[in-house]
Design a protein around this ligand. Structure first.
Ligand SMILES: Cc1cc2nc3c(=O)[nH]c(=O)nc-3n(C[C@H](O)[C@H](O)[C@H](O)COP(=O)(O)OP(=O)(O)OC[C@H]3O[C@@H](n4cnc5c(N)ncnc54)[C@H](O)[C@@H]3O)c2cc1C
Ligand code: FES
Ligand code: FES
Length: 1358
C-alpha cells in the first residue's frame, strides 16, 4: 500500500510537518512542550475539565463543509490531526495585538479568577461563535458542559458570555405581573432581554435588581456597552492549502513510536486486512476510551488503527426501517441528524431518536461528543454506556465486517458476553448501526441518573420500550435494558417475557416491580457500591416509564383505548428535566459620589491579570519554558495503607529509555524527617508506609512519558500491617494525635436540667478534594554555588517551602529562593501539602545537579495530597419549648489521616465555630483528632468551621422539628445579638447577623415562598420542594497568633513606576488586584503605575501562608505601612512643589538621595486567646452572612435542582465589590459541591477510588441556582481592617448549607407523603443516593439494604 509517515497540520495558521510522530504523544503535550503554546492547560488529562480545549477545523467529506469543533487536546492523539487546523487561545487574540471579544468579555465581566480554566472556556465559546455567531443562552450553557471552573461559581462567566446571546423576548408575556422575565423580584436573566424595549425605565425591568435598587446600591459590575462587537469577518480563515489537500488522494499514514504504531488506512478493505492481521489492534476514532485506558489504566495497545476517514464508516442515510449511521460518526453529528429527523418525521416514528437525544443531552461534554464515535461507545461495551441500553431496548441492527464478509446482528440481550466483551469477533469491525423507527402504539424512553447532571457517567441508566397490540393496551413487545446493574448492559429478559400479553395498568406495574427487583439483583459488595440506590432506581425508572406510557396512550388513543388516568399529583414524575435560563442580581454599595476618581478602592475593578488569563499569556508554574538539561520526575507511591516495605525492584524501570535515577530516602542529603507542627512525616517513606499514596521513591528521566512509564514499572512488595481507616476504627483503637481538647462554658448540667426538652443525635460529613484546576507543581533549578537552589512552586506558602526544602537539603534557608507568580487555585490545598512534592523535586535537582520539574497528574494529586477532614459530630442539645437553646454537649471527631499536618489547627477552628451564629449559654465541646492510614488531610477553605457549623445546623434542625415551630423563627430567636459573649468568651461587636438575616428574608420573599413551597408539595407527589435559610458567622484571624503578621516591600523607580511586593500569593482571589488598589489609594497614584511581579522569599521573608481569609487584611496593612513611610519621605518634596507631579516629586527625592524603597510590616493587635482560661480574643473580628435557598428534588431518582438562592453577605466596605462578589459566589459554589455533590469514596482497605473528574464531581455551570442573587450588606464599615473592609475568602462557603437544608426540607415533605414522620438523619453530602434512600416509599421497601456486618461493602465512610 501507498504509505506516508508525514503528519501535516496547521496550528494558529502556521503549517507544521512532523515526521515520525510518537502515537503516544497527545496534542496538548505537543502544543505546550514543542510549540511553547502554554495557554492551553492541563487540568486532568482525562477529558473531564475542559481546560485543554482547542478548536480543530477540518473539511468534512460527510457534511461537505469545513467544521469547527472544540476538542480536548489532552485526549487527541497528535497523529489524528492530519490535515486539520488547530486554533489555540493564543491564535485568537492577545493583549499585545487584538483581544478577541470572547477574551475581553470573560475578563471584564469578572469571569476569570485564578484563570487556569479560562483559556479552555474561551476556546469552547469561541468555537460556538465560529459556528453560530448568534447563539441562544441555552446553547452557551450547553457549550460549557465540558468546562469546569473551581473559582468563580460560573455566574460571572455566564453573565459575561450572555452578552453574545440572542435576546430573550420575555416582556409582554410572563413578566407583566411581577416585573419582567422571571418575576419574583424582577431578577435579570443572564443575556440581553428585549424586555419592554427600554432597558431601564424607572423600575427598569431589564435592569432588574429588586425592581428599584436600594439607595446607593448598584448592580453594575461591568459595562457591556464598552465591549467590542463580535465581528465574524475578522476570524482567521481555514488554510486554503488544507482545502486543496482534500482533493489529493490519501496515503495510508503510518507512525511508529517506541511502543505503539499508528496506522490510518484509507479504504475499508485495507482496514479489514489490517484487522485480520492484527486482531488485537484497537480502532481509535475519538480516543476518549482508549486514551483513558492508556493514560490512566496503564494499558498498552501496540497497534492502533484509525478508521476515521473511511467513507463506509462515516455516513448516515434513511432506510425503510430507520436511520443508518457509520460507526465512526461522532455523537454531535448523530445528535444533529436525529434532531432533524425528530423535527421532520411524524412523532410516533421517532420515539427511539428522542430517547437517544435525551441520553446525548447528558452524555459527557461537547468536546467529547464532538469526537467520540457511536461505534466506540458500543464496542467499548461499558456497563454504564448511555447509548447501549437504548440500542438494546430498541433492537438496533449492527453491521459487522471482516475480510471474510459482512454480517448483521441485532443488539439484544446476548450481544454483550461479559465485562467489556461482545459477540463481535477480534477480526471484525463494526461498520454501521441502524437506529429504528417506531410504529404507532410503540413507546420508548431512556433514563439516566448520575451524581451530577452535566458531564457525568451514569450510576444507573436504562432504555425501555413497549409495543401494544393494535388498538389495545395489551403488551405485545417489551424491552427493558439497564446499565449499571451488572458487568454488561443487561436485558431484563424474564421480566419482559412474563409481562407479555398483560394490560398496562397498576397490576402490571406491581408485577413489573416485583419481577425487576428479583431479576436485577446486586451483591451487597457489588463494585460501584450504592447497592440499595441502584436497585431502587431500576424500579423508579420503570415507574416513570409506566406513567409516561399511560400518558402517551391516553393522548394518542383517547377515543380507542381506555387507560387508567394519572392522578394530577403524579404528572410531574413523567416530566423530563427542565431548567429555566439562569438569572441573577448582584448588588453592592456604590462609592460616595465625591470619592476622588483616582481612588479605586470600592470600585469593581477587574482582576488585574484577567485579560492575560483569557489570552493564555498569564504564566503558571508548569508554563515555564524548559531549562537546558531539564529532567522530569514521577512519584512512586504506596499501594498499601499500612505495611512494611519488603523489597523494591527497579530493574525494569531503569531499563526504560531516558531514566537517570530512582531516588529514595537514602538520597536525601539533609533530613528525611519533615512536615508541619509535629514534623511527623518523611520526604520518602522509610521502611514503612502509612497510607495508600505515601511517597516511597521517585523516578527521574528525560521526558514525562519516560518518567511515568518507569515509575509504573517499579515493583514493590509489602508485608501488610493492620490499617486504621475510619473515625470509628480510630476511636475503637484509641488512635488519636493528641489528648482531646475541650472548651467549656456556663454550667452544662444545670443547662440540661433547665431545658424543656433534650435531643441527642449525630452527623457525619465526608471529606472534600480541593480540585484546584492547576495541580501541584514544582520546578527546581540548582544554582551550582554554595548549595543555592531556586524553586518555582505552585504554593500558598513560599516561606514554608523554603524552610522545608532547606531542611531536606541540609542547607540554611538563605540558600533557597522560592518564587510564585500566580497559582491556579489553592483553597488550602497548597497551604502545607506543596512541600510534599517540592522537597522531592529539590532532592532530585540536588542529586542530578540539573533542573527538575514535576507537575502532578490529577490522579496523583488527588491520591497524595489529601483534602478536607471528614468529621463526625455527636451532640446532645437542651432547649426550651420556644426553641431557645439552653445547653449543648458536643463531641467532634475528625479524620486527620497519616500525619497531623495542620489538622489540630483545623480542629481548633471547628471548636471555635461549633455555635455557627447561635448563642449557647451552656456549652461543652470536646475534640478528637483521629490518626488513621489515609492520606493526610489538611486545610480547605473554611478550615474545619464548615463541618462544625453544619453540625450546629443539624441540631438546630432537630430542635425545629421537635418544637414544630417555623424554622426561621427558632433560628432567629437564637442568633447572636450586639454585645453578646460567645462560649469562648469573646464579646461580639458590630454584630451584623440579624441585619443580614432580615434583609435576606425580605430579598428572598421568604414567607410567601414558604407558602408557595408548601402548596407545591401538596400538589406534587414525586417532586418536592424545600426552602431553608442559614446564617453564618466566621472568625477572622489565624488561630495560631504568631501567623497574624505580614510584610511588604515597595520600590518606587525614578520614572515614578512602583513595584509592589508583599507576602501574599495570588491564587485567583484577586489579592494582587486589591493590594494594588490599596497602594494606589495610599500613594495617590493611578493603578496603572503599580505592578506586582511575583511573591518570593528573597523579597519579603518569613511570610505566613496566604490563608485564613486574611490575605488582604494583613498584607494590605503592611503595604499601607510601607506606603506611609514613603509618603513621609516624599512630604518635603510635595511641600516644596505643591503643584508638582508624582514624577517630579520622585525625581526630586532621588536627586536628594532619599530612599525610594520601603519595607512595611503589620501584626494584628489584641489577639490573646488563652486556651486554659477560655478567655481573650481569638479573632480580630467576625464576618457575617445569610443565604436562603430553594431546591426541587425528584423523589424517585434522588436528583435535585437548585432553583434559587439569595445571599446577603457582610464584607464591610468592600475593597473591590466585583472581587468580593466573585469570592462569595465561588465560595458558595464550592460549598454547594461540598454539601451536595462531592463524595470521596474509599475501599475498606483505604484505597481512594475517586481520583479524577470522571469519578469525583465538582459543580459544573449547570449546578448554579437558576436564580442567584447576591447582595453585599450596605453601610457596614469594619474598623478593624484595611480601609474598613472585611475578609471574604472563606466565610461564604458555609452559606451553601442552605441548599443542604433545603434538600432536607424537601425530603421531609416526601417522607410525610409516605406517612413517615420523626427525626431524619441526613449525612453530607446530600447526594442522589442519600436523597433517594431517604425518600422512603414502597419502591425503596422492595429493595431493602443487606444487614450490615453480613458482607464487605465496596466502599465505606471514612
Ligand atoms: C470525559 C468523558 C466523559 C464520558 N462520558 C460518557 C457518558 O456520559 N456516557 C457514556 O456512555 N460514555 C461516556 N464516555 C465514554 C466514551 O466517550 C464513549 O464510550 C465514546 O463513545 C467512545 O468513543 P471513541 O470514538 O472515543 O472511542 P475510542 O476510544 O476511539 O475507541 C473505544 C473502543 O472501541 C473500539 N472501536 C471503536 N470503533 C470500533 C469499530 N468501528 N469497530 C470495532 N471496534 C471499535 C476500539 O477498538 C476501542 O476499544 C466518556 C468519556 C470521557 C473521556
Ligand atoms: S486536561 Fe483535558 S479535559 Fe482536563
Ligand atoms: S478561574 Fe476557573 S478554575 Fe480558577
Amino acid at each position: 500500500m501507498e504509505e506516508s509517515h508525514e503528519l501535516v497540520f496547521f496550528v494558529n495558521g502556521r503549517k507544521i510537518v512532523e515526521k515520525n510522530v510518537d502515537p503516544e504523544l497527545n496534542l496538548l503535550t505537543y502544543l505546550r512542550r514543542k510549540l511553547g503554546l502554554t495557554g492551553t492547560k492541563l487540568g486532568c488529562g482525562e477529558g473531564g475539565c475542559g481546560s485543554c480545549t482547542v478548536m480543530v477545523s477540518k473539511y468534512s467529506p460527510l457534511e461537505k463543509k469545513i467544521l469547527h469543533i472544540a476538542i480536548n487536546a489532552c485526549l487527541a492523539p497528535l497523529c489524528s490531526l492530519h490535515h486539520a487546523a488547530v486554533t489555540t487561545v493564543e491564535g485568537i487574540g492577545s493583549t499585545t495585538t487584538r483581544i478577541h471579544p470572547v477574551q475581553e468579555r470573560i475578563a471584564k465581566s469578572h469571569g476569570s479568577q485564578c484563570g487556569f480554566c479560562t483559556p479552555g472556556i474561551v476556546m469552547s465559546v469561541y468555537t460556538l461563535l465560529r459556528n453560530n455567531p448568534d447563539p441562544t443562552m441555552e446553547e452557551i450553557e450547553d457549550t460549557l458542559q465540558g468546562n469546569l471552573c473551581r473559582c468563580t461559581g460560573y455566574r460571572a462567566i455566564l453573565e459575561g458570555l450572555s452578552t453574545f446571546a440572542k435576546p430573550l423576548n420575555c416582556c409582554g408575556q410572563s413578566g407583566k405581573e411581577n416585573g419582567c422575565c422571571k418575576g419574583q423580584f424582577g431578577a435579570n436573566h443572564l443575556g440581553p432581554s428585549n424586555c419592554c424595549g427600554q432597558n431601564g425605565t424607572e423600575n427598569g425591568c431589564c435592569k432588574g435588581q429588586f425592581g428599584v435598587n436600594p439607595p446607593g446600591m448598584s448592580p453594575r459590575l461591568f459595562e457591556p456597552s464598552e465591549f467590542k462587537p463580535l465581528d465574524p469577518t475578522q476570524e482567521p480563515i481555514f488554510p486554503p492549502e488544507l482545502l486543496l489537500l482534500q482533493e489529493s488522494p490519501r496515503d495510508t499514514l503510518i507512525f511508529k513510536g517506541e511502543r505503539v504504531t499508528w496506522i490510518q488506512p484509507t479504504t475499508l478493505n485495507k482496514l479489514l486486512v489490517l484487522k485480520g492481521r492484527y486482531p488485537d489492534a484497537r480502532l481509535v476514532v475519538g480516543n476518549t476510551e482508549v486514551g483513558i485506558e492508556m493514560r490512566m489504566k496503564n494499558m498498552l495497545y501496540p497497534i492502533i488503527l484509525a478508521p476515521a476517514h473511511i467513507p463506509e464508516m462515516n455516513f448516515s442515510c434513511f432506510t425503510d426501517t430507520g436511520i443508518m449511521f457509520g460507526a465512526a460518526c461522532n455523537l454531535t453529528y448523530i445528535g444533529s441528524v436525529l434532531k432533524q429527523a425528530v423535527n421532520q418525521l411524524p412523532s410516533y416514528k421517532t420515539e427511539v431518536f428522542k430517547a437517544v437525544l435525551e441520553q446525548l443531552r447528558w452524555f459527557a461534554g461537547q468536546q467529547v461528543r464532538n469526537v467520540a464515535a457511536v461505534g466506540g461507545n458500543i464496542m467499548t461495551a461499558s456497563p454504564i454506556s448511555d447509548l447501549n441500553p437504548v440500542f438494546m431496548a430498541s433492537g438496533c441492527l449492527l453491521t459487522l465486517s471482516s475480510e471474510g464478509g459482512n454480517r448483521v446482528v441485532q443488539m439484544d440481550g446476548d450481544f454483550f458476553t461479559g465485562y467489556r466483551k461482545t459477540v463481535v469477533k477480534p477480526q471484525e469491525v463494526l461498520i454501521s448501526i441502524e437506529i429504528p423507527y417506531t410504529k404507532k402504539g410503540e413507546y420508548l424512553s431512556a433514563y439516566k441518573q448520575a451524581q451530577r447532571r452535566d458531564d457525568d457517567i451514569a450510576i444507573v441508566n436504562c432504555g425501555m420500550r413497549v409495543a401494544f397490540k393494535e388498538g389495545t393496551d395489551i403488551v405485545e413487545e417489551l424491552g427493558l435494558s439497564y446499565g449499571g446493574m451488572a458487568p454488561t448492559t443487561v436485558f431484563a429478559k424474564k421480566t419482559c417475557e412474563l409481562l407479555l400479553g398483560k394490560k398496562w395498568n397498576k397490576a402490571l406495574l406491581q408485577e413489573a416491580c416485583s419481577l425487576l427487583s428479583g431479576e436485577l439483583t446486586l451483591s451487597p459488595s457489588a463494585p460501584g457500591g450504592m447497592v440499595q440506590f441502584r436497585r431502587t432506581l431500576t424500579l423508579s425508572f420503570f415507574f416513570k416509564f409506566y406513567l409516561s406510557v399511560l400518558q402517551k396512550l391516553g393522548q394518542d388513543f383517547q377515543n380507542d383505548i381506555r387507560v387508567e388516568s394519572i392522578p394530577p399529583d403524579y404528572v410531574s414524575a413523567t416530566e423530563l428535566f427542565h431548567k429555566d435560563p439562569p438569572s441573577a442580581v448582584q448588588l453592592f454599595q456604590e462609592v460616595p459620589p465625591d470619592q476622588c476618581p483616582m481612588d479605586v478602592v470600592g470600585q469593581p475593578l477587574p482582576h488585574l491579570s484577567s485579560l492575560k488569563q483569557a489570552t493564555g499569556e498569564a504564566l503558571y508554574c508548569d508554563d515555564l519554558p524548559c531549562f537546558e538539561k531539564e529532567l522530569y520526575l514521577a512519584l512512586v507511591t504506596s499501594t498499601e495503607a499500612h505495611a512494611k516495605i519488603s523489597s523494591i525492584d527497579t530493574s525494569e524501570a531503569l531499563k526504560v529509555p531516558g531514566v537517570t535515577h530512582f531516588l529514595t530516602a537514602k538520597d536525601v542529603p539533609g533530613s528525611n524527617q519533615t512536615g508541619q507542627i509535629l514534623m511527623d512525616e518523611t520526604v520518602f517513606a522509610d521502611g514503612v508506609v502509612t497510607c495508600v499514596g505515601h511517597v516511597i521513591g521517585a523516578i527521574v528521566a528525560d521526558t514525562e512519558i519516560h518518567a511515568h512509564t518507569a515509575a509504573k514499572a517499579v515493583k514493590i512488595t509489602y508485608e501488610k500491617l493492620q490499617p486504621i481507616i475510619t473515625i470509628q476504627d480510630a476511636v475503637a483503637h484509641n488512635s488519636f494525635y493528641m489528648p482531646p481538647r475541650k472548651i467549656e462554658n456556663g454550667n452544662i448540667d444545670l443547662g440540661f436540667a433547665e431545658s424543656d426538652d433534650i435531643i441527642e443525635g449525630e452527623m457525619y460529613i465526608g471529606g472534600q478534594e480541593h480540585f484546584y484546576l492547576e495541580t501541584q507543581c514544582t520546578v527546581a533549578i540548582p544554582r551550582g554555588e554554595d548549595g543555592e537552589m531556586e524553586l518555582f512552586v505552585s504554593t500558598q506558602s513560599p516561606s514554608q517551602i523554603q524552610t522545608l526544602v532547606a531542611h531536606a537539603l541540609g542547607v540554611p534557608a538563605n540558600r533557597i529562593v522560592v518564587r510564585v507568580k500566580r497559582i491556579g487555585g489553592g483553597f488550602g490545598g497548597k497551604e502545607t501539602r506543596s512541600w510534599l512534592l517540592s522537597t522531592v523535586v529539590a532532592v532530585a535537582a540536588h542529586k542530578t545537579k540539573r533542573p527538575v520539574r514535576c507537575s502532578l497528574n490529577r490522579d496523583e494529586d488527588m491520591l497524595v495530597t489529601g483534602g478536607r477532614n471528614p468529621f463526625l459530630g455527636r451532640y446532645k442539645v437542651g432547649f426550651q419549648k420556644n426553641g431557645k437553646v439552653v445547653a449543648l454537649d458536643l463531641k467532634l471527631y475528625c479524620n486527620a489521616g497519616n500525619s497531623l499536618d495542620i489538622s489540630s489547627a483545623v480542629m481548633n477552628r471547628a471548636l471555635f465555630h461549633m455555635d455557627n451564629a447561635y448563642k449557647i449559654p451552656n456549652a461543652r465541646v470536646i475534640s478528637y483528632i483521629c490518626k488513621t492510614n489515609l492520606t493526610s488531610n489538611t486545610a480547605f477553605r473554611g478550615f474545619g468551621a464548615p463541618q462544625a457549623m453544619l453540625i450546629a445546623e443539624c441540631w438546630m434542625n432537630d430542635i425545629v422539628a421537635k418544637c414544630g415551630l417555623p424554622s426561621e423563627q427558632v433560628q432567629r430567636l437564637n442568633l447572636y445579638q450586639e454585645g453578646d459573649i460567645t462560649y469562648t468568651n469573646q464579646k461580639l461587636e458590630a454584630v451584623n447577623i440579624i441585619k443580614c438575616w432580615d434583609e435576606c428574608l425580605e430579598n428572598s420573599s421568604f414567607h410567601s415562598r414558604r407558602k408557595a413551597v408548601d402548596d407545591y408539595n401538596r400538589q406534587h407527589c414525586w417532586k418536592k420542594r424545600g426552602l431553608a435559610i442559614i446564617p453564618t458567622k466566621f472568625g477572622i484571624s489565624f488561630n495560631a497568633i504568631f501567623l497574624n503578621q505580614a510584610g511588604a516591600l515597595v520600590h518606587i523607580y525614578t520614572d515614578g513606576s512602583v513595584l509592589l511586593t508583599h507576602g501574599g500569593v495570588e491564587m485567583g482571589q484577586g489579592l494582587h488586584t486589591k493590594m494594588v488598589q490599596v497602594a494606589s489609594k495610599a500613594l495617590g497614584i493611578p493603578v496603572s503605575r503599580i505592578h506586582i511581579s511575583e511573591t518570593s522569599t528573597n523579597t519579603v521573608p518569613n511570610t505566613s501562608a496566604t490563608a485564613a481569609s486574611v490575605g488582604s487584611d494583613l498584607n494590605g496593612m503592611a503595604i499601607l505601612n510601607a506606603c506611609q513611610t514613603l509618603l513621609e519621605r516624599l512630604q518635603p518634596f510635595k511641600l516644596a512643589n505643591p503643584k508638582g507631579t508624582w514624577e517630579q516629586w520622585i525625581s526630586a527625592a532621588y536627586m536628594e538621595r532619599v530612599s525610594l524603597s520601603a519595607a512595611g510590616f503589620y501584626r494584628t493587635p489584641d489577639l490573646n486567646y488563652d486556651w486554659d482560661k477560655n478567655e481573650g480574643r481569638a479573632y480580630n473580628y467576625y464576618s457575617y452572612g445569610v443565604a436562603c435557598s430553594e431546591v426541587e428534588i425528584d423523589c424517585l431518582t434522588g436528583d435535585h435542582k437548585n432553583l434559587r438562592t439569595d445571599i446577603v453577605m457582610d464584607v464591610g466596605n468592600s475593597l473591590n465589590p466585583a472581587v468580593d462578589i466573585g469570592q462569595v459566589e465561588g465560595g458558595f459554589m464550592q460549598g454547594l459541591g461540598y454539601f451536595t455533590l462531592e463524595e470521596l469514596r474509599y475501599s475498606p482497605e483505604g484505597v481512594l477510588y475517586t481520583r479524577g473528574p470522571g469519578a469525583y464531581k465538582i459543580p459544573s455551570a449547570g449546578d448554579i441556582p437558576m436564580q442567584l442573587n447576591v447582595s453585599l450588606l450596605r453601610e457596614s464599615p469594619n474598623r478593624k481592617a484595611i480601609y474598613s473592609s472585611k475578609a471574604v475568602g472563606e466565610p461564604p462557603l458555609f452559606l451553601a448549607a442552605s441548599i443542604f437544608f433545603a434538600i432536607k426540607d424537601a425530603i421531609v415533605a416526601a417522607r410525610a407523603t409516605s406517612g413517615k414522620t420523626g427525626p431524619l438523619r441526613l449525612n453530607s453530602p446530600a447526594t442522589p443516593e442519600r436523597i433517594r434512600n431517604a425518600c422512603i416509599d414502597n419502591l425503596t421497601e422492595m429493595c431493602p439494604p443487606a444487614d450490615p456486618g453480613t458482607f464487605t461493602p465496596w466502599n465505606i465512610e471514612v
